[in-house]
Write a protein that binds this ligand. Structure first.
Ligand code: ATP
Length: 983
């Protein structure tokens, strides 16, 4: 039989050249001188089948198997051997090929081997496994050297057993058993490790479970609390907001009312003062008039005395009664005429006066009406301004008009550390520069200054969680100012129209100067557009140049300008407040002026009215007086006629000088009377004015105190509203803060959420309290414990499962091992039995008689028992095998080998000079006997012996024609004999 069809070697030991050895016969002899490389063929076979021991390959290290060079040949870097087998009988039972090639390559540089089966790269183990299937391994019967033949007899029963193990195929089991045992140990170690871990987890688990349970309870309560508390807080905040708004509206209302009353009080006080001061003037005037009056009365009295004395003088001269009476009547008539005349003059003056006064009064009334109308307008405007101011002031605190993100950050300043405020809040800008600065800053107005970049991160996270927009932040610890270089600054400063650098024109608290240096240091503010262009050119269009009107030349020359509606908007709020305040001051002073005017006109009107009524009564009195005088005159004239029979007229009116004198006095008296009346009239006006004033003052006083009371009441109400508003604002703030602190939610974000149902508010609030207390009672909670417990528990379950698997695997391995042991014992027993049957015959054939058997050294433990040989060569009694000769020892070994081959044929046996110690007759017997096995077994025999060579089917000679390089050639027997000098 031919099993190994071909060996191809290159670079292996002395096979420096590519060498191919074909085996076409069952019994091949390899011949050649010592050191020619014959045994290297065996080595090549062993090596290709996966031999790992360099010692077995007769070297120190694996590198030694690569051709190491000779005197004429360079060393090689790699070795390669391929064995080609006939597998038509499936000696390699696991390989479904009729031909199997096994290749091993070795590279000196990497010190790595590569294995191939039929050209496909495989692992070493795969090669070793298939080799085992055929029994082609080093310890097997397959490769037997001279040393191992003699060792067989000399070695211990335990070592000897190995041969039978191989024959029984137990080696394969042993290998698998070893593997199973290794696996078992590994599994046991694994199990120990798993048990350690399981114990460890079991120790932790109960506490974790408790913590996790507590955390779950906390989580559930917290979730419920969150859902209802957020709903309640949102509801509360909404309510607070509405109420605060209402309160603010009412406050504005009240404020307007209060200031209107206060203005009235002011006007009334003014009137009061005016009246008081005119009262003093009137008093003085009255005193003066009084003096004048007394003087006139005195003069009048004197005149009357004069008149009486003149009349006395006249009565002395007039002796006749009738004459005297006539003269008296004449005088009386004259006096009455004078009086009447005076009275008429007075009346006409009074009437003229009355007309004049009426005209004046109308004019004053009209003027007063006009002023009052104006005052009304001013007051309405003032009320409007005041309410606007209130609204603006409240707006200023509500961050209206800011970007959403900016607003959110500012509103939640109390929970966001390090937030300082917007640029807009921090800067002060001169009125003249507002437009330019607004242009320069643009949206940076709403940049938020913060202490550190860490603070900014917190604020950004807050905005993200609440989906509340974005904002630009200026962290003081990271922003870097960007200054214009000094020489350039000097040049700019000297340019026409230069006003200032943005960071210097705008003012800010020293602590935050970096903010301005960062935002505005490269902004130059200039008067006019033309000057801006010049400076832009000068700076090579590198900086922002901005005019007072708001035109802007950006770096690289882009220019923005025109009219921007909102450019001033950035300041509009505070601008508007200022504007309104200015207007208010102006209107206030105008109002005061007009109030004064009104009250002075009113006083005039009062004066004129009093005077008019006084004139009116004077007119009445004068008319009455005239009637009286006329009646008296008539009576006088009638008496005169009775006495004289003449009419008293012009002719009769001639008077004596005394009469003339009397008439003159009468005229004076009449004039004085008029003067007296006039003074009296004036005094009356003043007196009644005074009376009116005091009445008015009393009324004013009353009305002022009433107004004050009302104002106070309104102020009290305002105070109450304000307290309520403050209280509600505080409540709103604390509710908002609770939202942020407990749930990290802004009101807006919370409002967006789906709200829990809170039909019964009272119950919900009670539930909140209960939940809060319950959560508090839970104490410290480790929320991580939930995940930790789950993770640990999962791990625990995993490990328990794994440990179960390992236990099952261990059980399985143990069963496998036991099964293998049973199988091995069976097979081993069988081979021993079979060999024992074949051995006597084989032995007798080789020894020409005698008998032999093999026995267990320990029949009780067949698995581990050694094997002993008992022999009885013909005619000899052997007590100790060591006493046998070298040839006998070989014969014993060969008879055992042949017995094994008989009962357990193996496809290839390589014999390396095993028959060397035999004598010629025995060599012949040996060779012949060998030949009887060639049906089942292929032999490769390295030999120096003629008897063997003669029995071989073919002979190959190993030569070293080239020094150090083995060459194999087929040789004839005769050549072989020559090559080996065989006998
Ligand atoms: P003998 O009949 O004495 O047993 P042999 O023909 O069996 O001899 P081998 O043992 O096969 O001889 O070959 C040994 C030869 O192989 C030696 O000459 C040795 O120098 C050569 N050799 C061994 N390894 C290498 C190697 N790596 N490179 C080159 N030559 C080597």
């Amino acid at each position: 039989m031919i099993f190994l069809k071909r060996i191809e070697a290159y670079g292996f030991k002395s096979f420096a050249e590519s060498t191919v050895l074909n085996f076409d016969y069952a019994m091949t002899g390899i011949v050649g001188p010592n050191g020619s490389g014959k045994s290297n063929i065996n080595d090549a076979i062993m090596w290709a089948l996966g031999e790992q021991s360099s010692k077995s390959l007769r070297g120190d290290s694996m590198e030694d198997i690569v051709f190491s060079g000779s005197s004429d040949r360079k060393w090689l870097n790699m070795a390669e051997v391929t064995l080609v087998f006939d597998n038509s009988k499936r000696a390699f039972s696991s390989l479904e090929f009729n031909e199997v090639s096994i290749t091993r390559k070795y590279f000196k540089t990497t010190k790595e081997s590569e294995y191939y089966i039929n050209g496909a790269r495989v692992r070493l183990k795969d090669v070793q496994d298939v080799a085992l299937e055929t029994g082609l391994t080093k310890s097997s019967l397959a490769i037997i050297s001279q040393g191992s033949i003699s060792n067989f007899v000399e070695s211990s029963p335990e070592q000897r057993r190995k041969l039978f193990d191989e024959a029984a195929g137990v080696a394969r089991y042993k290998k698998r058993k070893d593997e199973a045992l290794r696996k078992l140990i590994r599994s046991q170690e694994n199990l120990d490790r798993l048990n350690d871990i399981i114990n460890e987890i079991e120790r932790k688990l109960p506490s974790l479970k408790r913590q996790s349970k507590k955390a779950i309870e906390f989580q559930q309560k917290f979730d419920e609390l969150k859902s209802i508390e957020v709903a309640i807080l949102v509801k509360d905040i909404q309510l607070y907001k509405t109420k605060i708004e209402e309160l603010n509206e009412s406050k504005v209302d009240l404020k307007t009312k209060i200031s209107s009353i206060e203005r009235t009080i002011q006007a009334k006080s003014h009137e009061f003062n005016q009246i008081s001061s005119s009262g003093f003037a009137h008093d003085k005037e009255l005193t003066d008039l009084n003096k004048e009056y007394t003087k006139v009365v005195d003069e009048l009295a004197q005149l009357k005395v004069d008149k009486i004395s003149l009349e006395g003088q006249k009565s002395k001269a007039e002796v006749d009664d009738k004459e005297f009476r006539v003269s008296e009547l004449k005088g009386k008539a004259r006096e009455l005429e004078i009086k009447l005349d005076a009275e008429e003059q007075k009346l006409s003056k009074l009437l003229a006066d009355k007309g004049e006064r009426k005209k004046q009064l109308d004019q004053y009334s009209h003027e007063r009406y006009e002023i009052n109308t104006k005052l009304d307008g001013i007051r309405k405007e003032l009320a409007k301004i005041e309410s606007n101011l209130e609204v603006l002031a409240s707006k200023k605190h509500s961050y209206e008009g800011l970007f959403e993100g900016v607003k959110t950050v500012l509103e939640n300043r109390s929970v966001l550390p390090g937030i300082i405020g917007t640029v807009q809040e921090l800067v002060q800008v001169n009125e003249d520069h507002k437009v330019a600065v607004a242009t320069a800053l643009q949206n940076a107005f709403q940049n938020i200054v913060a202490k550190t970049a860490m603070d900014v991160k917190k604020a950004i996270d807050f905005l993200k969680t609440n989906k509340a927009g974005s904002a630009t932040f200026l962290p003081l610890d990271t922003i870097k100012p960007n200054f214009i270089p000094n020489e350039m600054r000097f040049a700019i400063q000297k340019s026409a129209g230069f006003i200032g650098f943005g960071n210097e024109v705008v003012k800010i608290d020293k602590k935050y100067q970096t903010v301005l240096d960062f935002l505005l240091a490269t902004n130059v503010i200039v008067k006019t557009y033309e000057e801006a262009l010049e400076i832009a050119k000068l700076t090579n269009y590198r900086y922002h140049i901005i005019t007072l009107e708001g035109e802007r030349i950006a770096p690289y020359g882009a220019i923005t300008g025109g009219s921007k509606k909102n450019r001033n908007n950035l300041f509009s709020e505070s601008n508007k407040i200022k504007e309104l305040e200015n207007k208010k001051v102006q209107l206030d002073s105008e109002e005061t002026k007009l109030v004064a005017e009104v009250s002075s006109i009113s006083e005039q009107i009062e004066l004129y009215r009093e005077a008019s009524s006084e004139i009116q009564s004077a007119i009445g009195a004068s008319k009455q007086a005239s009637d009286q005088i006329e009646r008296e005159l008539k009576e006088v004239k009638a008496e005169f006629q009775i006495l004289t029979g003449k009419e008293l007229d012009g002719e009769e009116q001639s008077f004596k000088s005394i009469d003339e004198q009397i008439i003159a006095v009468i005229k004076q008296i009449s004039a004085k009377e008029t003067t007296k009346e006039e003074i009296d009239q004036k005094m009356n006006v003043l007196r009644s004015l005074k009376e009116g004033s005091s009445e008015k003052v009393t009324k004013l006083n009353l009305s002022i105190s009433e107004d004050r009371r009302m104002a106070q009441a309104l102020k009290d109400e305002y105070g109450k509203l304000n307290t309520n508003a403050v209280l509600l604002t505080e409540k709103q703030r604390s509710a908002s803060e609770r939202l942020v602190q407990n749930y990290n939610l802004t009101f807006e974000a919370a409002n967006q959420l789906e709200q829990a149902n809170v039909d019964n508010e009272q119950e919900t609030r009670e539930r909140i309290n209960i939940l809060r207390n319950e959560i508090k009672a839970l104490g410290n909670v480790n929320v991580e414990a939930i995940a930790e417990y789950e993770e640990e528990n999962e791990r625990y379950q995993n490990y328990v499962t794994q440990s179960g698997d390992v236990v099952a695997a261990i059980k399985n391995l143990k069963t496998v091992i036991t099964d293998m042991d049973v199988e091995m014992v069976e097979q081993f027993k069988k081979i021993i039995k079979d060999v024992n049957q074949a051995l006597p015959n084989t032995f007798a054939t080789l020894f020409s008689g005698g008998t032999a058997s093999i026995i267990y050294t320990n029949p009780d433990d067949i698995l581990n028992s050694g094997i002993d040989i008992k022999i009885s060569p013909p005619g000899k009694k052997i007590s100790n095998l060591n006493l046998l000769s070298g040839g006998e020892k070989s014969m014993v070994a060969l008879s055992v080998l042949f017995s094994i081959l008989k009962v357990k044929p193996i496809p290839l046996v390589i014999l390396d000079e095993v028959e060397a110690p035999l004598d010629i007759a025995n060599v012949e017997r040996f060779a012949k006997y060998l030949k009887s096995f060639t049906k089942e077994t292929q032999f490769m025999i390295v030999t120096h012996r003629m008897g063997t060579m003669e029995n071989c089917d073919i002979l190959f000679g190993a030569t070293m024609q080239q020094k150090g390089v083995t060459k194999l050639v087929q040789v004839k027997l005769i050549e072989a004999k020559k090559m080996t000098n065989a006998n």
